[in-house]
Write a protein that binds this ligand. Structure first.
Ligand code: NAP
Length: 324
């Protein structure tokens, strides 16, 4: 059994990791570290686990675990690793954006690999340290990678994406307050969202001069999921586009091309990304949908863990969509 540690256990991505790993046939949770709840039962933060686990949050870490997941806000992973020296054999999977960009991927001699399996599967299989991609970044990259791979991102790309409130973490804020968020929609960080950096680095790894991205992130009045629409000029036919996407994702267990228009509920609570293609005049519209906490965070982190440890990529990740 793989011994796993979770840091930031009372947060949203930490909670999702606990849920996945409790049901994963090849892992056992060694500890769940919490700065605020050490000594308390995990169910005090995640009451849905009542009757499932008696685990308690810990104020200590076991530096000898086989894998540790850092589920901390930006900057806190770096601070945490400075204070905690894990064994040289411990694999580290970081869910923040501390190590995602090339400029940040070497921390104290630890080389972090960008953990998007659809693009870097071989590198992940041989990695010890993983920078897990952002949630918007996952949905948008999966929508655009096949075009970049064919050198077909020649023009501007316009992207509109809407996320649920869990994307902002467990701490309440003005824009996650029920009274504000419910029955409401708003945009934020127009054209400047921090995930653009990692998206561009991945696209450039396939196509040097890929077109400019214009990204509008939106807050939706639902709790989980991301629906992204990306469109750009595309002179080939819809059938050609379909072939490109099918070919690019032929070995991807968690990315599916749908002939039918897609909606969020078909992927929420799963580790899947669903993609749909539509052509209007010379514009190709690519719609992608993921669960921000699963394929956009903790599910993808476990997918990466499976690859690192030579397990089936989807082990412990065949989850059931809510659908209704
Ligand atoms: N939410 C998403 O959809 C999503 C998707 C992709 C990536 N991410 C990234 O994943 C990371 C975690 O996100 P999240 O949504 O799970 O956040 P979160 O709900 O706010 O949880 C973060 C947890 O970190 C712990 N913490 C807070 N301050 C800390 C500090 N100074 N030092 C150590 N621990 C501290 C807290 O847990 P304890 O009180 O138990 O210590 C807190 O609950 C973030 O970097 C986020 O950007 C999130």
């Amino acid at each position: 059994m793989i011994k796993a540690g979770i840091i930031g256990g009372s947060g949203y991505t930490g909670g999702e990791l606990i849920r996945i790993l409790l049901n994963h046939p090849a892992t056992e949770i060694d500890f769940v570290f919490s700065t605020t709840r050490a000594g308390k039962k995990v169910t005090t933060a995640h009451p849905d686990l009542l009757g499932v686990t008696d685990l308690e949050f810990s104020g200590n870490v076991n530096i000898e675990v086989n894998v540790v997941f850092l589920c901390l806000g930006h900057g806190n992973s770096t601070a945490f690793l400075k204070e905690h020296n894990f064994s040289v054999n411990t694999k580290i999977i970081d869910l923040s954006n501390d190590f995602r960009l090339h400029a940040d991927d070497d921390f104290d001699g630890k080389k972090f690999v960008y953990g998007l399996p659809e693009l870097f599967k071989n590198e992940i299989e041989n990695a010890q340290y993983i920078a897990n991609p952002g949630c918007f970044a996952t949905a948008i990259q999966l929508a655009l990678l096949p075009l970049a791979n064919a050198n077909l991102l020649k023009n501007e790309v316009h992207i509109n994406a809407v996320t649920g409130s869990t994307g902002a973490g467990v701490s309440p804020s003005a824009t996650s307050h029920f009274s504000w968020r419910n029955n409401n929609v708003s945009w934020y960080k127009p054209f400047t969202h921090q995930h653009l950096g990692e998206i561009n680095e991945s696209l450039h790894s396939l196509q040097k001069n890929s077109g400019n991205l214009f990204f509008m992130p939106n807050r939706g009045n639902f709790t989980r999921g991301i629906l992204a629409t990306s469109y750009t000029k595309f002179e080939e036919s819809l059938e050609d586009a379909g072939k490109l996407y099918q070919e690019f994702y032929k070995n991807a267990v968690f990315t599916q091309i749908s002939d039918e228009p897609i909606n969020l509920k078909q992927v929420v609570n799963t580790n899947q990304c669903h993609i749909h293609l539509h052509k209007h005049d010379d514009i190709l519209l690519v719609t992608s949908a993921i669960d921000n906490l699963l394929k956009g965070a903790s599910g993808q982190a476990v997918q990466n863990m499976n690859l690192i440890f030579g397990l089936e990529e989807d082990l412990g990740l065949n989850l059931k969509a809510g659908v209704f």
